[in-house]
Design a protein around this ligand. Structure first.
Ligand code: AR6
Length: 207
C-alpha cells in the first residue's frame, strides 16, 4: 500500500490512468487539493479511511445523478442505513447545508458523507447553503478521523448552480475549513466543470 496513492478502480489497467492527470494545489502547509476527472463511485485512497461526498436531497433515500450512481454502486444496504437516519422533520433526514455519514458498503471508499446543496433558483441564500454543505461535510469527516475526502460538484447538476459561482464557493470554503484533512479531491464528471474548477483553483490557491 502506498499511502495517499489514489485509485479509480475502473482505470487501474488503463494506460490513461487518471492519476497522471491529477492537478494538485496547496490548501495549507499540511493539506492538498487534487482535481481530477472521473466517476466518484470508483474513488478511494488505498488503505485509508476515506469518504466520498454524496450530493443528496433532504430525504436522503437516493435519487438521480451522482446520488443514484452512489446508491447503485454501494448496494441496497446504503438505502436501508439511510432510512434509519432520524428525520429532523417529516421527510427530512438531512436539511440543506448539513451532512450525515454512513459506511460505503460495496463502494471502494470506506464511507459516504451525504450532504444537500441548494437548489439554485429556489434558495434565497444559495452561496451560504453551498458553503455550509462543504464545511459540514469536512467537519463530519474530521469528527470521524477521515483524512481523505472526495467531492463532486455539489448542486451543479439537477440543482442548477452555475459552475463558475459554485467553484468559487467550493474552493474558498475548502481552503478555509481543511484543518486535519490531508487531501481533498474533486472528482468531476464532465470536461466543462473540470476546466472551470482547474481555472478557479489556479486563481484562488498557490501550487
Ligand atoms: N461521479 C462524479 N460526478 C458525477 C457523477 C459521478 N458518478 N454523476 C453525476 N456527477 P447531481 P445536485 C456530477 O445532479 O445538482 C439527485 O437526484 C454531475 O455531472 O448529481 O447536487 C439527488 O437525489 C454534476 O456535475 O447533484 C438530488 O435530488 C454533479 O455531479 C439532486 O440530484 C452534481 O450533480 C442533487 O442535485
Amino acid at each position: 500500500v502506498n499511502p495517499g496513492s489514489y485509485s479509480l478502480r475502473q482505470r487501474t489497467r488503463a494506460s490513461s490512468n487518471m492519476s497522471t492527470n491529477v492537478a494538485q494545489f496547496n490548501l495549507s502547509p499540511t493539506s492538498f487539493l487534487k482535481i481530477l476527472k472521473g466517476d466518484i463511485t470508483q474513488w478511494s485512497i488505498d488503505g485509508s479511511s476515506d469518504a466520498i461526498v454524496n450530493p443528496a436531497n433532504e430525504r436522503m433515500l437516493g435519487g438521480g445523478g451522482a446520488d443514484g450512481a452512489i446508491h447503485r454502486a454501494a448496494g441496497p444496504e446504503l438505502k436501508t442505513t439511510c432510512y434509519d437516519v432520524p428525520e429532523v422533520r417529516p421527510g427530512v433526514r438531512c436539511p440543506t447545508g448539513e451532512a450525515r455519514i454512513t459506511p460505503g458498503f460495496k463502494l471502494p471508499a470506506s464511507h459516504v458523507i451525504h450532504t444537500v446543496g441548494p437548489v439554485y433558483d429556489v434558495d434565497s441564500n444559495a452561496p451560504a447553503s453551498l458553503s455550509n454543505a462543504y464545511r459540514n461535510s469536512l467537519r463530519v469527516a474530521r469528527e470521524n478521523n477521515i483524512q481523505y475526502v472526495a467531492f463532486p460538484a455539489i448542486s451543479c447538476g439537477v440543482y442548477g448552480y452555475p459552475f463558475d459561482e459554485a467553484a468559487t464557493v467550493a474552493i474558498s470554503t475548502i481552503k478555509e475549513h481543511c484543518d486535519a484533512i490531508k487531501e481533498v479531491h474533486f472528482v468531476l464528471f464532465s470536461d466543462d466543470i473540470y476546466n472551470v474548477w482547474l481555472k478557479k483553483a489556479g486563481e484562488l490557491l498557490p501550487n
